[in-house]
Design a binder for this molecule. Structure first.
Ligand code: NAD
Ligand code: WQD
Length: 344
């Protein structure tokens, strides 16, 4: 029997759930594993509502080594693993580094050990543009230097990439692709799945949508004195559905043995930078709703500007982001409204 199932760790989370939808739309059978530490079980129902197909779901903390092994034993037809599960709050990671190192690193090691044992050869890993820090040259290419991490969270991504590189070298039957995401935003067009931050959002777009809907009084814009055209910081925002699609291409590249290097990494962005003020303006314009904001001091640890050179992803993966900032802001707003109306 061919190994045609995809194990999606963190599959009820933000990026994972959008990827499960795209995988199922393309006919893949999906097993989600998630401990629900940062997501809700209802997401499985919503994925079924969108795709007409219910993924398998296993509630499990991937730090539990014997649990991970039992998972691979239970599903002998896993052909590839897309590994999203991780803690991702930069500020929390500074206060609780061990929590982050234990969760993000032990989960990966447990998965790789089981993959070795059960002959599952392909892994797509969620990495981040945070590995570049503030690059010297923009747009940033994959050959830019990885900089000392600004936070334990960022460091877990660097360490995980090193673990993958060493593992692939020692066990060439295992192949891996790390995808370095820039700033994922937006939601599925159905408004049935999207980003569900717990507590006060730390990221820009959920803070904009929560301010627009009246849940927050005011958005703070962290700095208008950067060396950028309007003084606010620049990022490469990418629609989560575009990002999701890249995972399927990466998994297929591994399944088809196209990555001769064994270990590869790609930037996933649009290739265009937008400033904080441009993002706010786009949101206001496309949704015809004002956002109450004020300029405050810079946020500690923020880089001034970063956007991706996506040439390698475009040429080697044959992938290109399709949505622009307007579609990102429109879908983010539709999702925010759906949550507050209780439709999501
Ligand atoms: P998310 O928190 O929405 O999803 C992660 C999921 O993993 C959650 O459902 C959570 O419950 C689960 N999880 C965490 N630890 C687990 C464990 N030990 N066992 C089982 N499940 C566990 O986050 P997201 O935004 O979808 O991010 C997915 C991945 O992408 C993460 O690895 C994150 O670091 C990376 N990433 C995210 C961004 C971003 O801005 N969202 C940017 C770059 C990289
Ligand atoms: C974007 C811009 C802020 C909130 C973080 C992680 C990174 C990656 C993605 C996982 C910045 C500004 C924000 C607010 C603001 N995650 N901002 N007011 O910092 O680029 O990246 O998420 O890997 O590792 O560090 O994203 O959305 O927090 O900020 O002015 O209330 O918006 O200063 O310029 P960031 P973000």
């Amino acid at each position: 029997m061919s190994k045609n199932q995809v194990l999606v760790t963190g599959g009820t989370g933000y990026i994972g759930s959008h990827t499960v939808v795209e995988l199922q739309n393309q006919g893949y059978e999906v097993i989600i594993v998630d401990d629900l530490s940062n997501s809700e079980i209802e997401v499985v129902d919503r994925i079924e509502k969108i795709t007409g197909k219910r993924p398998f779901f296993e509630e499990l903390d991937l730090v539990n080594e014997s649990g991970v092994e039992a998972l691979f034993k239970k599903y002998p037809n896993i052909g590839s693993v897309i590994h999203f599960a991780a803690f991702k709050a930069v500020g929390e990671s500074v206060k609780e580094p061990l929590k982050y190192y234990q969760n993000n690193i032990c989960s990966l090691i447990n998965l790789l050990n089981s993959m070795k044992k059960y002959k599952v050869e392909n892994m797509v890993f969620s990495s981040s543009c945070t590995v570049y820090g503030q690059p010297e040259d923009l747009p940033v290419t994959e050959s830019a230097k990885v900089q000392p991490a600004e936070s334990p969270y960022g460091n877990t991504k660097q360490i995980c990439e090193e673990i993958l590189r060493d593992t692939v070298k020692a066990f060439p039957e295992i192949k891996a692709i790390a995808l370095r995401y820039f700033n994922p935003v937006g939601a599925h067009s159905s408004a049935l799945i999207g980003e569900l931050p717990k507590g006060v959002p730390q990221n820009l777009v959920p803070f904009i949508t929560q301010t627009a809907i009246g849940l927050r009084d005011q958005l703070s814009v962290f700095g208008d004195n950067y060396n950028t055209p309007d003084g606010s910081a620049i990022r490469d925002y990418i629609h989560v559905v575009d990002l999701a699609k890249a995972h399927i291409i990466a998994a297929e590249r591994l399944l088809e043995n196209k990555n001769e290097e064994g270990y590869e990494f790609f930037n996933l962005g649009t290739g265009t930078g937008s400033s904080v003020l441009e993002v706010i303006n786009a949101f206001e314009k496309v949704n015809d709703i004002p956002v109450n904001y004020k300029i405050v001091d810079r946020r500690e640890g923020d880089v001034e500007q970063i956007w991706a050179d996506t040439t390698i992803a475009n040429e080697i993966l044959g992938w290109k982001a399709e949505s622009g900032i307007d579609e990102m802001m429109e879908s983010a707003w539709k999702w925010e409204q759906a949550i507050r109306k209780g439709n999501a």
